[in-house]
Design a protein around this ligand. Structure first.
Ligand SMILES: C[S@@+](CC[C@H](N)C(=O)[O-])C[C@H]1O[C@@H](n2cnc3c(N)ncnc32)[C@H](O)[C@@H]1O
Length: 224
């Protein structure tokens, strides 16, 4: 897949499928519940954007489509840095088993995960730190818009930090042939390798990644 393929252009699922999903989502994430959460978290920061879930659910539906999770046999999925839990919510609707992980300490995310019916594993991902153990392995690990590649001193993961992370996901979390999908953030203000930098892209490519630059995706299929 090359850079001319953007997320918005992919669709194997029908509009009717997506509409049925959104109707289901609204029956779970009702206006009443979302208004309660808006009142409780009135002073929360930019995360309050997730209190209007349609846009995010549509985006995650497209992602599920891109990752061949629509109309396919059940897979085991782990979503790192899940935030409001929208991607696991989509995956479960589509019949997949999806677990979620995020750092603790953002009460709005706690409530939104609960609203989505999600049990989340609390864990802060750090450089050269193994991810927690899970009872069973996964077919797909995802991380969308997650800045976990920030080190305690504020710089970004170096190549060795990334190798550790990729090895850990491959060796401890994924089934043989399993996939990893990263959607990276810009991180222009930080020092260190960023999406698009030749050395980082070469490392990712050597580990099985193809790219959708417009959306800053790296899809390792499979992660090597
Ligand atoms: C912009 S939100 C994206 C949420 C979700 N992935 C999405 O696409 O809607 C970034 C998420 O990454 C999580 N996060 C950031 N750094 C992390 C770390 N070191 N370990 C685990 N989660 C982290 C944040 O708590 C937050 O939930």
């Amino acid at each position: 897949m090359d850079g001319s393929t953007a997320l918005s252009e992919t669709s194997q699922a029908s509009q009717a499928d997506q509409d049925a999903f959104l109707a289901y989502a609204r029956s779970v994430m009702t206006d009443e519940r979302l208004e309660e959460l808006a009142a409780r978290h009135a002073s929360a920061g930019s995360e309050t954007k997730y209190l209007a879930p349609d846009r995010w659910l549509k985006e995650k539906w497209k992602l599920a489509d891109l990752l061949k999770l629509v109309g396919t046999p059940p897979q085991r999925v782990l979503d790192l840095g899940t935030g409001a839990g929208h991607f696991p919510f989509v995956c479960r609707y589509l019949g997949h088993e999806c677990e979620a992980l995020d750092q603790p300490g953002i009460p709005l995310y706690d409530d939104l995960c609960e609203l989505a019916g999600l049990d989340r594993v609390d864990h802060r991902i750090g450089p050269r730190q193994p991810l927690p153990a899970f009872e069973r392995r996964f077919d797909l690990v995802t991380a969308f818009m997650v800045g976990f590649n920030t080190r305690p001193d504020g710089t970004l993961f170096d190549l060795e930090d990334w190798r550790f992370f990729l090895d850990d996901v491959r060796d401890r979390l994924l089934n043989p042939g399993g996939r990893l999908c990263l959607k990276m953030i810009k991180q222009v203000e930080r020092e260190g390798p960023k999406y698009g930098d030749p050395e980082l892209m070469a490392l990712f490519e050597s580990r099985g990644a193809h790219f959708i630059p417009k959306n800053r995706y790296a899809i390792f299929d499979p992660l090597r």
